[in-house]
Design a protein around this ligand. Structure first.
Ligand code: NAI
Length: 388
């Protein structure tokens, strides 16, 4: 097994700085590089501040000073020569990533693993820039990397399967929860979570309930930590819209993933959420927001509809071998804090009920958006469950 001890991280923005912190905390030597020296300096300050804060709270294994010393800052990619693993976390642009991968490969040894933290680009397309694409994989952290436990490990068609199996162990030894995913749009989390936002917006557009009511239902009755609109405002409506639009395009415009005008207009109006002071909610000092309509019947309808759509996505990801059932459930609980794994939740609700909910929606709307996953039909015929 390739011993991974020296890690290079390229891109010192939100993700790269967090990944560098995680790798150094786990005892590795880390080199961090950003083409923007200002960002690199900010990352150095931020990492040291974060580590000191964790140490003060008694939540750090080891000393902040020692961990900070394990991270050095490069002026050039040439300094990554002796790295065992490189994680790229630069701007989400295929051509720029390809150029950087080509440059990395010209510098590192033949055994160095090269990974991308991309959220939406295919690993196969990035790997194609390398002479030795077998060593290229996706290592997808969640934001903020030091806090979110989930890491998706993605194999491209070119990737050596042994390398990804070993990488799972390495990432686990960093105190993270790794899951394996196929190189398909959105990998696990960003694919399966789409209806959490999309179906909530659809319910709003149909004027079946307003924003605070949908959020109230999903939190109080559904058990989710945040409602869909609160979460979109938190993530940023521009970022959430971009992910939705990319997944839709990458799925060859499957209507299931169709973005909404409501979200597009929010972006156009610069109502991006917390960061602009207004999104679905108003975050101004004197702002007043509507109260939810705490109607249990309406609330249950909202939860049943959104959860049915989420379960359908999870079943589809399993049916199409994107990941195992265990990894799908782990991904949604550890990556986006869902109260339960969706497949375990489907067993609880009953597979037949899940299928009926989807068939009713499909019959009512006549839209392919609601087509049930064939696996659910097969399971109902057989009378089986996900976890027997
Ligand atoms: P960011 O914009 O905060 O940081 C990107 C950094 O890359 C910038 O500081 C930029 O100066 C640097 N950069 C650009 N081109 C470079 C080059 N050729 N060489 C070296 N540095 C270069 O972006 P963020 O949010 O950290 O995202 C980075 C990657 O991580 C993207 O691929 C994104 O899709 C992915 N990602 C982002 C998540 C998020 O929530 N922000 C979550 C998971 C993955």
């Amino acid at each position: 097994m390739n011993q991974v001890k020296k890690i290079g991280v390229i891109g010192a923005g939100a993700m790269g700085s967090g990944i560098a912190q995680v790798a150094a905390t786990a005892g590795n030597k880390v080199i961090l590089f950003d083409s923007n020296t200002e960002v690199q300096d900010q990352a150095q300050e931020l990492i040291s501040k974060m580590l000191n804060k964790l140490e003060d709270k008694g939540r750090l294994e080891g000393s902040a000073e020692e961990i900070t010393k394990r991270i050095t800052y490069a002026d050039d990619i040439a300094e990554f020569k002796s790295c065992d693993l490189i994680i790229e976390a630069i701007v989400e642009n295929l051509q720029i990533k390809k150029n950087v991968f080509e440059e990395i490969e010209s510098v590192v040894s033949d055994t160095c693993i090269i990974a991308s933290n991309t959220s939406s680009l295919s690993i196969a397309s990035i790997a194609a820039a390398c002479k030795n694409p077998q060593r290229v994989m996706g290592i997808h952290f969640f934001n903020p990397a030091p806090l979110m436990p989930l890491v998706e490990i993605i194999s491209a068609v070119q990737t050596d399967p042994q390398l990804t199996a070993n990488m799972k162990k390495t990432i686990e030894s960093w105190g993270k929860v790794p899951v394996s995913a196929q190189d398909t749009p959105g990998f696990i989390v960003n694919r399966i979570a789409r209806p959490f936002y999309g179906e909530a917006i659809r319910i709003l557009e149909e004027d079946l309930a307003n924003v605070p009511t949908i959020d109230w239902a999903m939190k109080e009755l559904g058990g989710f930590k945040m409602g869909p609109f609160e979460l979109m405002d938190f993530i940023g409506n521009d970022i959430n819209y971009e992910v939705t639009a990319t997944v839709f395009k990458e799925f060859f415009f499957d209507p299931r993933y169709k973005p909404s005008f409501t979200q597009k207009r929010m972006v156009e109006a610069n109502r991006l959420g917390r960061k602009t002071g207004i999104g679905y909610y108003n975050y101004g000092e004197d702002a007043t927001n509507l109260d939810p309509d705490r109607n249990d019947g309406l609330g249950e309808y909202i939860v049943n509809r959104i959860v049915a759509m989420l379960i359908n996505e999870a079943a589809d990801a399993l049916y199409l071998h994107v990941a195992t059932k265990e990894d799908i459930d782990l991904a949604m609980t550890k990556g986006v804090n869902y109260p339960k794994g969706l497949l375990a939740w489907a067993d609880e609700i009953g597979i037949e009920t899940c299928l009926n909910n989807l068939e009713e929606l499909q019959a009512e709307y006549g839209e392919d958006r609601y087509r049930p996953c064939p696996l659910l039909r097969k399971m109902v015929k057989k009378g089986s469950t996900f976890y027997e």
